[in-house]
Ligand binder design. Structure first.
Ligand code: HEC
Ligand code: HEC
Length: 274
């Protein structure tokens, strides 16, 4: 039998690869999911799986009431975290042990114990034996972003961008702190892109494209591209056009995106002061 030429192998191989991609959009989706993964995306998934939001409320925004106690489960946001944790180590303590009982000097008992409860009808589980090191670090990162424990310093353009994003609720599509990864059925990757990482770099090549996405909800590079066009039309969630945002506000949003890049989505940023 004659050996197939290198060229023929390439052609057939290419066709097989194309067929695979065409018939299994999940291959593309899985590739992008891995490529643009980040600690906050992973931590969000873990927090859901481990029941954190069942007690602390959706996105940690509202703890459930505790029967027999005036205090409910603490929410993560709205500065409530300040009464409980000061450092990454404190957050790790809660997650691993369900409390900071062993830690001295700080923790939830220092101010007259007002938020301890006698009934103990609902206590935080100790996750030490359930999760591995990476889960722990992802959960810590996610807590820090959701709680607002880390955010751009007040009075900076990045902070203005962050405040704008909260005001317009951009995070409801783009994930906590612009971490991305929330489902978007029918889109090329299967999820809404983040504001940092591989998916962002792919969709935003320069400042012009950034502005164009926000102001027009699209960029010419993709809007005119035959394949991209197909996916952009088909996806369920579309980027809205925020035409009323001023040039200054776009500067702030850009500064916030830079801050996210520098702090790996915020979680390596400085802890907000008391
Ligand atoms: C069964 C309910 C429950 C679940 C599930 C739960 N917690 Fe908690 N959590 C609590 C309670 C109650 C406290 C308050 C503890 C105290 O007063 O010592 C708390 C406190 C905390 C704190 C201290 C700071 C604050 O503002 O809340 C952190 C951090 C925390 N939990 C993270 C998590 C994470 C992460 C998960 C999931 C891996 C989780 N919790 C799951 C009930 C729960
Ligand atoms: C209804 C959901 C939704 C909301 C709300 C939303 N976006 Fe988007 N955004 C998207 C989707 C989906 C894309 C992906 C672009 C596409 O595929 O058309 C996107 C893309 C982007 C991009 C470019 C790609 C990337 O990696 O992020 C930027 C920048 C962006 N949005 C910023 C914002 C800002 C700023 C706000 C708030 C003022 C906002 N978005 C609100 C859905 C949303």
């Amino acid at each position: 039998m004659k050996k197939p030429s290198f060229r023929a192998v390439l052609v057939v191989g290419g066709m097989v690869a194309l067929l695979l991609v065409a018939s299994s959009p999940w291959i593309v989706a899985a590739y992008w999911r891995v490529r643009s993964d980040n600690p906050i995306r992973r931590g969000m998934v873990r927090a859901g799986e481990l029941g954190c939001f069942s007690c602390h409320g959706e996105l940690g925004r509202a703890g459930i009431p505790i029967p027999g106690s005036e205090e409910g489960v603490p929410e993560w946001s709205g500065s409530v975290w300040m009464m409980y944790v000061k450092s990454d180590e404190d957050i790790r303590g809660y997650i691993m042990d369900g409390s900071l009982e062993d830690a001295s000097g700080h923790g939830h008992d220092e101010d007259n114990g007002s938020h301890t409860h006698d009934a103990d009808a609902i206590t935080m589980p100790a996750y030490g034996d359930v999760i591995d090191r990476r889960d722990l670090e992802d959960l810590v990162a996610t807590f820090k972003v959701l709680s607002g424990m880390v955010a751009p310093a007040r009075g900076t353009p990045a902070r203005e961008g962050f405040d704008l994003a909260r005001e317009w609720q951009c995070f409801s599509c783009h994930g906590p702190g612009g971490s991305g990864g929330l489902p978007n059925r029918g889109s090329f990757t299967g999820f809404v892109p983040g504001w940092y990482g591989a998916d962002f770099d792919d969709l935003v090549r320069d400042r012009d494209e950034f502005d164009s996405w926000i102001r027009d909800g699209a960029i010419p590079r993709l809007a005119d591209h035959p394949i991209a066009k197909f996916f952009l039309r088909r996806q369920l969630l579309q980027m809205p056009a925020y035409r009323e945002l001023t040039a200054g506000q776009l500067d702030s949003l850009w500064a916030y995106a830079q801050w996210l890049k520098e702090t790996d989505g915020g979680h390596t940023g400085e802890i907000a002061s008391w």
